[in-house]
Design a protein. Structure first.
Length: 160
């Protein structure tokens, strides 16, 4: 079952690229004591993710943060190297934090797996956006297959 509003984010270790290479980040640290807008994408460098989803959050980051969001986090079943390279390619510095769930363990715990095995992409995460306050889900919007609407930056900004 997909995680729902009122549920706590499970404790897990995710990874992001730092100045000295990839490093672990606990979900307790990532979500504790702050408001985070987490958006998930099926994969770095993929068409909709690169052309629309991530750029929308970069472009609207200041407006989203002005509404009380402390951090915007991009989340995918990709490793920290890929997420770091994608963030650099899309100039996200200071606007969006790029976090990888390389093995998909948290994605599975959240119930947000997307089976793309037949397309040669393995198991990824659904396209979604989630508002998390101090580790508790306040809202979640999961896209219908092939859609890009409710998880967009503009849609999320309108809900804040």
């Amino acid at each position: 079952m997909t995680i729902q509003p009122g549920d706590k984010i499970p404790t897990a270790t995710l990874y992001e690229m730092g100045a000295d290479g990839p490093g672990g980040v606990s979900t307790d640290e990532l979500f504790g004591g702050k408001t985070v807008l987490l958006f998930g994408v099926p994969g770095a460098f993929t068409p909709t993710c690169s052309a629309s989803h991530l750029p929308g959050f970069v472009d609207l980051a200041d407006q989203i943060k002005a509404k009380g969001v402390d951090e915007i986090v991009c989340f995918a079943v990709n490793d920290a190297f890929i997420m770091g390279a994608w963030g650099k390619d899309r100039n996200v510095s200071g606007k969006v934090r790029m976090i990888g769930d390389g093995s998909g363990l948290l994605t599975k715990q959240l119930g947000l797996e997307l089976d793309l095995i037949e397309a040669g992409l393995g198991v990824r995460c659904e396209r979604f956006a989630m508002l998390v306050e101090n580790g508790t889900v306040k809202s979640i919007d999961v896209e219908a297959p092939g859609e890009f609407d409710v998880s967009s930056a503009s849609s999320q900004l309108s809900k804040l």
